[in-house]
Design a protein around this ligand. Structure first.
Ligand code: AMP
Length: 397
């Protein structure tokens, strides 16, 4: 279905409501990673260049009804004020009378950041009355918050529905959807997906759906353990989901039926305890002692995975292949990241922990696309239409 895109919107001299994802990490009163703010700048500048008045809506963290000060967007508004040339104001409440008068006093080319939309319990309830108050602040709505577009929240779903056809996808959201389409509908081949992370149960949907489109599926991380167990290997005290054994077996069979090459680790790095101070040990799969747990893939596995990656033209990565937060067990994930950085294939990183790993290892600039939403990315990969995207389809609002 066709989408309403920001570049087709008439924004000249309008009051524009922009939903962004400014959910940045804050440590010791400082923004420790501004990636999400910078990612929204092209859309922000595009709107301001059209002489519009810009009202920014975002969430930050998960505040309760207590409205904890640590979740205030004030610090983000100040940061944005330093980052762009235009004047940035801040409204200390999302929708009160003061916010309203700040909106009314806004000049062309000026920006108003509204306080954390999740300070209002109505946001998560997708409350229409609350959305109505937001809607009264502008005549055009743009969603550039991919990371929350899988949530039916007021600023993502109820609000655009009230905009009488004037609800559009921003540039960042559009880019995310273009890549999802490249992956699911029109992939370059050979197409390889690397799926890692802690649990199979979180990623069953995405694995099933990818098995219909990929040529190669590489499974690493804690979730690989359940597959190894299903194949009859002893995995010591490694993390696994006993109740998902049958399912892992079914997925292995499905891969075979679909002609997908499924790759699992065959040598591993283990430890006696789940701790950064544990001594790393190396084992082939058949040799893992009862009192050891798998925490990373081994060097031979890295090489095999690298061969598959080198022969791919499109690669999607979601989830680390080991406990990358601990130095001793980060080698596998770091090696995969390095291969992806050097690869000629189109590389898409599916948000969440893999995006954090790529950034941590300094390879962010070498990727073709790093998705800004973990959960939203996985839902897209499952072939679902995100509620925040559905309302931007032509004729839906
Ligand atoms: P997820 O949120 O499902 O993508 O999982 C990411 C987490 O999986 C990271 O925090 C990793 O430390 C963890 N992880 C990766 N490999 C393993 C493993 N072999 N055992 C336990 N946890 C792991």
């Amino acid at each position: 279905m066709e989408m309403n895109l920001m570049r087709d919107a008439d924004l000249e001299n309008r009051s524009v409501l922009l939903r962004v994802d400014f959910n940045v990490p804050i440590n010791g009163g400082k923004i420790s990673d501004d990636t999400r703010i910078r990612a929204a700048i092209p859309t922000i500048n595009y709107i301001l260049e059209r002489n519009a008045r810009l009202i920014i809506i975002s969430h930050l963290g998960r505040p309760t009804s207590e409205r904890e000060a640590e979740f205030s967007l004030k610090i983000v508004a100040e940061y944005l004020n330093d980052l762009i040339e235009n004047k940035v104001l801040f409204a200390a409440d999302t929708v009160d009378e003061e916010a309203k008068s700040l909106v009314e006093g806004l000049g062309n080319g000026e920006v108003l950041v509204l306080e954390n939309v999740r300070y209002n319990q109505e946001e998560k309830a997708n409350d229409e009355e609350f959305a109505n108050k937001l809607a009264s602040f502008g005549s055009v709505y743009i969603n550039d918050a991919f990371g929350v577009s899988h949530r039916a929240h007021a600023s993502v779903v109820a609000l655009p529905k009230l905009m009488e056809g004037k609800a559009y996808a921003g540039m960042l959201l559009e880019k995310e959807l273009v890549y999802a389409n490249k992956i699911l509908a029109n992939p370059a081949r050979p197409f390889t997906a690397i799926i890692g992370g802690s649990k199979v149960s979180d990623k069953i949907g995405v694995i099933k759906s990818l098995l219909s489109v990929v040529d190669n599926l590489i499974i690493g991380g804690g979730m690989a353990n359940t597959f190894l167990l299903a194949k009859g290997y002893e995995i010591g005290k490694s993390l696994h989901e006993a109740e998902k054994l049958d399912l892992a077996g079914e997925l292995i069979k499905l891969a075979k039926d679909k002609g997908v090459n499924l790759y699992l680790p065959y040598d591993v790095v283990t430890a006696k305890e789940f701790s950064a101070n544990s001594e790393p040990h190396y084992f082939e799969l058949a040799e893992i002692p009862d009192d050891e747990m798998i925490l990373d893939i081994g060097p031979k596995t890295c090489e095999e995975f690298a061969d598959v990656l080198n022969n791919s033209r499109l690669i999607v990565w979601n989830g680390p292949v080991g406990v990358f937060e601990m130095e001793a067990f980060s080698v596998g994930t770091r090696t995969i990241a390095a291969y992806l950085a050097a690869s000629n294939a189109e590389v898409v990183i599916g948000g969440g922990d893999s995006a954090a790993a790529i950034t941590q290892f300094g390879y962010a600039d070498d990727m073709d696309h790093i998705s800004t939403g973990g959960g939203a990315f996985l839902e897209l990969m499952e072939g679902k239409t995100l509620p925040g995207v559905a309302v931007l389809h032509k004729g839906e609002n």
